[in-house]
Structures are given as C-alpha cells and as structure tokens.
Design a protein around this ligand. Structure first.
Ligand code: THU
Length: 136
C-alpha cells in the first residue's frame, strides 16, 4: 500500500465520520474502501431505533461499492475517533472475506496509530462460496 493512497483514504475517512448516524451508541466509525481500480468508497455506521438493524461502517462502504459495480478490493481502512484501535466486528469480517482473503484491513485510531491485518487473518476459516460446492 502506497503511503500517499493510505493518507488519502484516511483523509476521506476523517471527513466521512462526521456523517455517522449514531444517536444511540454515540460511537462514530467510518471506513474507506480502496478498489483495485483506485476508487475509494467511504462508509459510516448507521444506527436504528430497532438496534439490531444498525449497519456498520465497513459494510456500508462495501455495499456502496458493490452496488456501484465494484467488487475487487485492495484495502479497507477503519477509522475511529478513540484512543483504542477498533477492529471490525464478526459480521463485517465475514462480509469483507466474501470479496477476498488478502484485502488489507488498516485500523486507525484518533492519534493516527494503525494496525494492519489481512482479511483472512481477521477471520481464518471464513465461510466461502467454495464451501457450498460440496455435493449432497
Ligand atoms: N460498528 C461498526 O460500524 N463497525 C464495527 O466493525 C464495529 C461496530 C458500529 C455499530 C454501532 O453503530 C457502533 O459501532 C457501536 O457498536
């Protein structure tokens, strides 16, 4: 991952986080998703009064990209405004893995400290399309 591109992703994530819809948790997060074509899609968490309907920042970014015709992803940056570096929830790990096992997942905190893992490192043994290939 080129430093310049990562900086661009972080800049977009920092702008996008202001749109997080978090009236219940007051815990804004944002994501910036880099496609292999070099396009960046952002996403934020979007909560709901029916709590379980909340959509995480990572899935918002992925669903935006896929619905626009992009599904080859290079990296996903997850940004939180807290001291702790936030990692993707289990549901998001599964969704990220749907699109590849070597997507770079960069997690960044408020001090721009970061940790990077691949999608597969975050969810070894993720359920895959090929797991459905078995004959009955
Ligand atoms: N959240 C995300 O957006 N992504 C994650 O991977 C973890 C959790 C959101 C959901 C909810 O709006 C808030 O963080 C607190 O759980």
């Amino acid at each position: 991952m080129k430093k310049k591109i990562k900086e661009k992703m972080l800049k977009k994530a920092k702008k996008a986080i202001e749109n997080a819809y978090v009236p219940y948790s007051k815990f804004p997060l944002s994501a910036a998703l880099l496609t292999k074509e070099g396009k960046i899609f952002t996403g934020v968490n979007i909560e709901n009064a029916s709590y379980s309907l909340t959509n995480c920042a990572e899935r918002t970014a992925i669903f935006k990209a896929v619905s626009e015709g992009y599904k080859d992803f290079e990296a996903l940056l997850l940004y939180g405004k807290h001291k702790k570096i936030i990692t993707p929830c289990g549901a998001c790990r599964q969704v990220i893995n749907e699109f590849g096992d070597d997507i770079e997942v960069i997690m960044v905190n408020k001090n721009d400290e970061e940790v990077t893992k691949t999608s597969y490192e975050l969810l070894p043994g993720a359920f895959r399309q090929e797991d459905m290939d078995n004959e009955l």
